[in-house]
Design a protein around this ligand. Structure first.
Ligand SMILES: [Zn+2]
Length: 252
């Protein structure tokens, strides 16, 4: 049997310590193969005017996003947004993959390919369940082992918000270089921003396209570069989150 590389319980207790009621809003469990895993979400600033979803850990071998959500709470980063923003968090969508350092879940499935699936795995159904209400912004935190620097995907209903991507990279580049290659992960990119393909014909969807289909105004998929230290990866993501939240609370 594979040995675990991370402990999801440590993450959950770090988060729980910082939550107002020391508990998660929802907590579904599944047992695989000899342990009970929880799928959790929590909400800060419930009822506030602006609404965003921040998620991480859909790829279990990308711990940078999970650490970013812990750091967001532990460094009290919500303080400057607590008047305006309702933030829903999915801190680790793939807890089994996180524990074992695997991209896929316990059944070998890449969860970020299954958002158009009629009968998706539990983790995907759980992530889909938080889309009952429309979000202005959804942010998915990833990391890339092959990348020389930070880059991102963005899509949305308002083309004028395309300016957000470059704005984020402008800020992040003070922390980590931007990947300026014309091709990243075998797809076209420009100045650190992935060129989006037409998704209407795609037979599979990542979470971002599901989010768009639910009316989200702007979807961001953020890729920090694994070659840098965890502190830098987290700081880059935190800076991107701050920039995106400020953009919508100040700009519109
Ligand atoms: Zn990923």
């Amino acid at each position: 049997m594979k040995s675990s590389v991370n402990d999801i319980e440590i993450i959950l207790s770090r988060l729980r310590n910082k939550l107002p009621h020391k508990r998660f809003a929802t907590n579904l469990s599944f047992i695989k193969p000899d342990k009970e895993y929880s799928l959790v979400k929590f909400i800060l600033g419930e009822g506030n005017q602006h609404k965003a979803l921040i998620s991480a850990g859909i790829h279990g071998d990308e711990p940078g996003g999970v650490e970013t959500i812990c750091a967001f709470l532990e460094n009290n980063r919500f303080e400057s947004f607590s008047e305006e923003w309702e933030l829903t968090f999915l801190p680790c969508i793939n807890p089994y993959g996180y524990e074992y350092g695997l991209r896929e879940n316990q059944d070998g499935m890449d969860l970020n390919r299954l958002f158009k699936h009629k009968n998706p795995p539990k983790e995907v159904a759980f992530a889909q369940s938080v889309f009952e209400k429309p979000y202005e912004l959804t942010i998915e935190l990833h990391e890339d082992f092959m990348s020389s620097g930070y880059y991102l995907y963005q899509q949305g209903t308002h083309p004028e918000d395309d300016q957000l991507g470059p704005l984020i990279l402008q800020r992040v580049k003070n922390i980590m270089p931007i990947n300026l290659n014309d091709e990243i992960d075998e797809r076209s990119a420009q100045e650190g921003i992935m060129v989006q393909e037409d998704f209407s014909t795609m037979d599979w969807w990542p979470m971002a396209l599901y989010s768009l289909s639910k009316g989200t105004k702007r979807c961001l998929t953020l890729e920090t570069a694994t070659k840098f230290s965890m502190d830098k990866r987290v700081e880059a993501h935190l800076t991107a989150i701050d920039t995106a939240l400020n953009y919508f609370s100040e700009g519109t």
